[in-house]
Structure formats: structure tokens, C-alpha cells
Design a protein around this ligand. Structure first.
Ligand SMILES: *Cc1c(COP(=O)(O)O)cnc(C)c1O
Length: 435
């Protein structure tokens, strides 16, 4: 039989533990610092915001962390996810390269984000919390957390960046269907929101502002914790369920990847997808190139500085050692809302700083051209964020064509674009701007 189009795992092959890359890293990440004292923040400082289980995972040096049973039960609704050979894209490009993608768009929220929303809701519920607050940019994280809160019967409050709140009403509807309450950010409900509105009543908002509001909400309420959908170590840890499945799937068909590609906003789908294989590269057991793709509108890894910076705009979060464009940087309103963040995962940043991974940036006109080519060949309509990865994959495949090299390129298709049709409409009608 010919090689299968879809490489599938059985439910019994779902990973039972997440993979922590820290023990494999040649240099260990520096601690988070208190924004005023610049002393390392201890667990006590984070306890008003996060359950102890997640604080423990944030600083864990164990290589494996068991996935709790109720989390596995929920994962089974859509996991394991397929690894698919992009044969028609290969043919259209006329490339000798083999292209595969791991498809995370089949989750209830349509992206990889439930992989961490579910355990975050679970651990909070287990520690007696009844309400979670969070921010959302494009709406994907808010949707994922709303879904997870519905599963574990938690209240969910979402501060949604104003520009997306106005531009993506159906994202709000899906969150409200799962029972969340959604408010545009900046909002008049928090000090952080009021401070911005005083300056600019029509502020389009930003992820940094919305994070400040959600953190303030959680810090000022006994029953509430805060939940973050990317950047932090425990989030990337949960996402490694993607890379662990990928590794098993590649082994199943005896395929050795030459290049791994994923888009980077805060780094969670990239880290989750790449870390299990990257650890083997760090150990000298493979030579795989690992490529992070970001928008030129928020070129954190390609043009930012590596330094301690805040995770939010108002200074509610610890200082983190990462590539950053500055905590008050407000990226242009590109359609890939999930990539509009000034900072990046400290783990991904350190790996980039030490040249274990590569980074490349593209303007949005180039990424939609790739998204449309993908949709017309492979069928799936990608979200604007993974379209960045697709752009880089197509360029790598065209390089292979020029060089006549039959490399294997694997990328993470971390979400579908069914809530992003305004972006496609703009592109198809010639109204998409490079900002
Ligand atoms: C949130 C999101 C991103 C960006 O976040 P990462 O943490 O960098 O993965 C990318 N793609 C999709 C589909 C998202 O929902």
C-alpha cells in the first residue's frame, strides 16, 4: 500500500505525560523578577493568580509531568490529532520536498489552545477556585478557556481587545454560548482599563492592556484566578501533547523531518509542536532545523531585544527574560490577532538567543497568498496565524525545488480560519494592507 495520506494514532496512544524541555536546555532560563524590587518572584507572589499545581509546573525541572485523568478524558474529544501529508500542495509547487502538517483545528474551539485551557481549568477547579479571568486578542484563547470552563463548571470572564470585539462578533457568540461573559478592553471595570480610556476613549485596545485588566480582576477577587493562553512555561508544557504525538506519528511511518515550522505569537503552539523533537537536537541526536515564523508587524524574535520586560502594559505581571518590542508597543492591527504580542515565551526566546532555532518574519499580504494557495490545494482554510507557517513552508519547498533536494518539511497547522473570513474577504477583494 502507498504511504497513507493521514497518519493517525489510536486513542490509547494519547500521551499520558507532558514533556518539559528545561532539563534538556544547555542554559537554564533565569527567574521571573518582581517589577519593583527586581528580586526573583517566589510561589507566594503568584498564588493570588494561579493554582499551586501550575506554579509548580512553571518552575518544574522534571522532564515528564503526568496528565491528569479528567484532562485526558477531555483531550479524547479531539485527540490524538492527525498528521497529514500535503501531497496536493507538493504537486502544485512541483517540489521534491515532502510536506506534512499536524492539524490542531479539529478541537472544539478550532485551535491548539484547548490543550492548555483544559488543564488550567482542571487545576483551578481542583484547588477550589470558581471563576477565571482572562484576556483574548483574536478570540481564540477566550473561546478555548470558555469551552474548558464549561467542562469544569467554572465562571469565565473574558476581556476582549476592543478591535477584535468589534471586528469578530461571532467569536464573542461562541464564548457566550459556552457560558462566558465577554467585555471589550479597555473597559471601565478596572483601574487599568479606566486609565487607558481617560487618555483615549476610542482606544482599539491591545493584548498588553487586556492582560492588565484580567490580572487586576483576579488579583482583587478571592474566588478568581487568572489564566494565560501562551508565553508561560506551563502553557508550553501542556502544548507538548502536540509534539509528542507528532514524534510517534513520524516514527510510525519512519519519516525523519529536516525542517520543523510553526508560527509564533507568544510561542505556545511553536514550543508544544517542536520541543519534543528539539530536545533530541539539543542532545545531538538529530540535526533538524526548527523555524519560528512571525509577522513583520510584531517582529519580536527577528527585531526585538532580549531583556527583562513586563508581560503586560500596566506592570501587573513579573518581569520575564525574553525577546521584546517593549511592553507599551502596540502592533498594527493585522488580521493575525494571535501574533500581535510585544513579547515572547522565555523558553523560546532563550533557545533563539542561543541559536538553537531560527526565526523569520513576513508581511500579511505574503501570508494570505500562501493561505489561499493552501486552501485551494489541501482544502483546509487556515487561520491567519498558521498561514505564517505555511508561507515559510512554501518558501522552503521552493528552495528545495531549486536545489533539487527532497527534504521533509513538517509544520503545525494550529487552527482553522472559519472565524477569520473578514480577513479573506479583504485579501480576495484587494483591500488587504501591509502595515
Ligand atoms: C493564539 C494563537 C496563536 C498564537 O499563540 P502561540 O502561543 O504563539 O501559539 C497562533 N495560532 C492560533 C491559531 C492561535 O489561536
Amino acid at each position: 500500500m502507498a504511504e497513507p495520506r493521514k497518519i493517525l494514532l489510536g486513542e490509547d496512544e494519547l500521551p499520558s505525560a507532558w514533556f518539559n524541555i528545561v532539563p534538556s536546555m544547555p542554559t537554564k532560563p533565569d527567574p521571573y523578577l518582581h517589577p519593583q524590587t527586581r528580586e526573583p518572584v517566589g510561589p507566594d507572589a503568584l498564588a493570588p493568580l494561579f493554582p499551586m499545581a501550575l506554579i509548580g509546573q512553571e518552575v518544574s525541572t522534571d522532564e515528564w509531568v503526568d496528565i491528569p485523568g479528567p484532562v485526558l478524558d477531555t483531550y479524547r474529544l479531539w485527540r490524538p490529532t492527525p498528521l497529514i501529508r500535503a501531497l496536493d500542495l507538493e504537486r502544485a509547487l512541483g517540489t521534491p520536498a515532502r510536506i506534512y502538517y499536524k492539524y490542531e483545528g479539529g478541537s472544539p474551539a478550532g485551535s491548539h489552545k484547548p490543550n492548555t485551557a483544559v488543564p488550567q481549568a482542571f487545576y483551578n477547579k481542583q484547588e477550589g477556585i470558581s471563576r477565571l479571568s482572562t484576556e483574548t486578542g483574536a478570540g481564540q484563547w477566550g473561546s478555548a478557556l470558555a469551552f474548558a470552563c464549561a467542562r469544569f463548571e467554572l465562571e469565565c470572564k473574558v476581556y476582549m481587545v476592543r478591535a477584535s470585539y468589534d471586528g469578530k462578533p461571532y467569536r464573542r457568540s461562541i464564548m457566550e454560548t459556552w457560558g462566558a461573559s465577554v467585555i471589550p478592553s479597555p473597559s471601565p471595570e478596572t483601574n487599568a482599563g479606566r486609565a487607558v480610556l481617560d487618555q483615549d476613549a476610542d482606544s482599539p485596545g491591545s493584548l498588553g492592556i487586556a492582560i492588565s485588566e484580567a490580572v487586576e480582576d483576579a488579583a482583587t477577587r478571592e474566588d478568581t484566578h487568572y489564566s494565560l493562553g501562551s508565553v508561560l512555561n506551563h502553557v508550553l508544557l501542556h502544548q507538548t501533547v502536540i509534539g509528542l504525538e507528532l514524534k510517534a506519528q513520524l516514527e510510525q511511518v519512519g519519516v525523519e523531518p529536516d525542517v520543523l515550522v510553526a508560527c509564533v505569537g507568544g510561542g505556545s503552539n511553536f514550543g508544544g509542536f517542536a520541543f519534543p523533537l528539539l530536545a533530541e537536537k539539543l542532545a545531538g541526536r538529530r540535526t533538524t532545523r526548527v523555524v519560528a515564523v512571525e509577522p513583520t508587524a510584531a517582529p519580536t524574535l527577528t527585531e526585538g531585544r532580549f531583556e527583562y520586560d513586563l508581560g503586560d502594559q500596566a506592570g501587573m505581571t513579573p518581569l520575564m527574560p525574553m525577546y521584546t518590542l517593549g511592553a507599551d508597543f502596540i502592533p498594527a492591527p493585522i488580521h493575525a490577532g494571535g501574533l500581535r504580542y510585544h513579547g515572547d515565551s522565555p523558553l523560546v526566546s532563550l533557545l533563539r538567543k542561543e541559536d538553537h532555532i531560527e526565526a523569520v518574519a513576513y508581511p500579511q499580504s505574503k501570508i494570505f497568498e500562501a493561505a489561499v494557495q493552501f486552501a485551494r490545494t489541501e482544502g483546509i482554510l487556515p487561520a491567519p496565524e498558521p498561514a505564517h507557517a505555511i508561507r515559510a513552508v512554501i518558501d522552503e519547498a521552493l528552495r528545495c525545488k531549486e536545489e533539487g533536494s527532497a527534504e521533509t518539511i513538517v509544520f503545525n497547522l494550529c487552527g482553522h480560519g472559519h472565524f477569520d473570513l473578514k480577513a479573506y474577504e479583504d485579501y480576495l477583494s484587494g483591500n488587504l494592507l501591509d502595515v
